[in-house]
Design a protein around this ligand. Sequence first.
Ligand code: NMX
Ligand code: MLT
Length: 388
Amino acid sequence: MSDKEVLLEVTADHLNTGLRGVPVGTCRTSFVTPTEGVHYCGYPIAELTHFSPEDIVYLLFNKELPNAQQSAEIRADLASRGEIPGDLESVFRTLPKYGHPMDWLSVAIHTIGMWETTGDWKEDALNLIARMPRIMGLMYRIREGREQDIPADDTSLSMVERFISTLGLEDVDNEKMHRVIATYLVLHMDHGGGNLSTFTGKAIASSKATVYSAIAGAMNALSGPLHGRANQSCLEFVLKVGTSDPEQVEHFVRGELAAKRPIFGFGHAVLRTEDPRATAQFALGEEICPDDENFKIIRTLREVAPRVLAENPKISNPNANVDIASGALLHHVGLEDPTYYTTFFGWARVIGIGAQIVDERSVFRGGKGTPIYRPKYYAEQQTLRHIE
Ligand code: NMX
Ligand code: MLT
């Protein structure tokens, strides 16, 4: 694009619309099209679901998929950074168990940043990414009161294996859990430059606050029910629906709309078809748990809800979004408490946000980085007046 190309004529209609569609910057890690969804560094997401999360970390930071040697190197690099530089278990023990796991995650990230920040954007981003599996596992253990005999963190394992090992659940199929979480991470790592959590993280980093502060803030943005926490609400919603009978599901959906409650797992600010991340998770579910009760409910919702939502012309996209299926899959593999689900989204998104912060702070504008964010607001209901 040329420097002088007109990208958008901004009119008063654009004000107070949450910057919807307003061009802000460029993004090197991913782009989202309304009809094809997210692409990481040019690759449609559907073509990446079988790569390991570590390989996609490499892709988002290096803009190329790794060859076998680079794949081994990124794993070794992350392993070398995995140790948490302080006693996170003790910090977790001081937090209220009734506090939301997303708040715990944000506190953990902030705390680790207090223990150790190098000040180098990429070092800090990769260090945090490498520590996430242990943070996630410890959070579960301490919140659930399973504080005894937590295994040492074996950083030579893959990121997902480290989480599963710290979590230490019995009577679960670790292989299935590994598959669901690894796919989940790959699908959720990045979603263009303008999704709220990524935008928030980059805005905070633009003040040259630390990566840890920026990403803790991003997690707070992600924790809202219209953004990341929709995956928690979605499984709660599915449990409330309680039936895969199409007529009863339709009745339920209409009742929620009449009560002015959102139909979680449907709609999107940018997408105008079913989110390919949802399509990929449905395909995984058909393979690993086609007869799971919750999966059967979301299969029916996927048929019924778009038809009902499409009756309202105000709704720009009645189709399923990323959050529709992830809860049913996590639940199926033994992660049954939906209040944790957004932390998996957060774990994945730390990677995309980290890579985007590195680009904005140390690549753009010839390495100077974008300046501090400062959009313009117009005064409303403020006439000039003076103290008499
Ligand atoms: N259920 C009920 N109402 C909806 C839905 C839905 N699924 N989707 C859109 N609407 C309403 C929306 O609230 C808005 O109403 P109003 O004009 O009264 O404010 C109207 O339809 C137009 O909204 P859109 O322009 O279609 O969508 P917008 O960009 O404002 O919002 C979402 C996008 C994702 C916030 C919205 O579709 C939604 O609330 N969906 C349900 C929650 C959800 O699944 N969120 C997860 C999104 C994915 N993520 O990871 O962030
Ligand atoms: C995301 O993955 O961040 C969501 O789909 C929301 C968005 O892109 O705005």
